[in-house]
Design a protein around this ligand. Sequence first.
Ligand code: ZN
Length: 226
Amino acid sequence: MPKHHPSEEILMAYAAGSLPEALSLVVASHLTLCPACRAEVEAYEALGGSLMDALDPASLDESAFSSIMAEIDMLDSETEESAPWGGAMPLPRKPDMEDPSLPRPLRDYLQVDLTALQWRKVMRGVEDTEIELGPDGAKTRLMRIQPGVAVPKHTHHGQEVTLVLEGGYSDADGHYERGDVQIADPSVDHQPVADVGEPCICLVVSDAPMKMTGTFGRLLNPFVTY
Ligand SMILES: [Zn+2]
């Protein structure tokens, strides 16, 4: 069971179908591995379409968000109802058992399994392979880090979202294993070191080309309080 999860705001935006494609892929993949977040997204679905409309990035402001959160609090104490799915991707309903490594949403994107990927050497012990997604400006790639290798401090200029697929790594913030999601702000001292034993394979979304002053940036900021 993952210990590090996407924020409430990100899960809500995912349920509303308003996440950028790359981030949506991260969340969908996490959901296949995380029953707790699946249940949370299902609860957001139960809010219905009108509330999801209010989550449109163009209209999201703090007061709208506050009222939505109030409704969610009420919903928690009421009976659960199902609502039509309105998310960007089909919601995984049960753990993904077909492939030990790749969550189904990711496998569907790649069209191949891990062994067939073409890896590009980044530095000694670190390789990556880019994933072509829609033109939302985010850079999406898989990274493979050999056991015990430390990735140099990042040169990206925006936030970075990582989902661990195999192995694990540690940095100053904690230890991350399969299914865990880390949202790293560039101001944080972020130097991951892969666990010993097996290579660490991660799905990494970097937002460097994006302007992060909008909703996407706010959604990703783990320190934002509404
Ligand atoms: Zn989770």
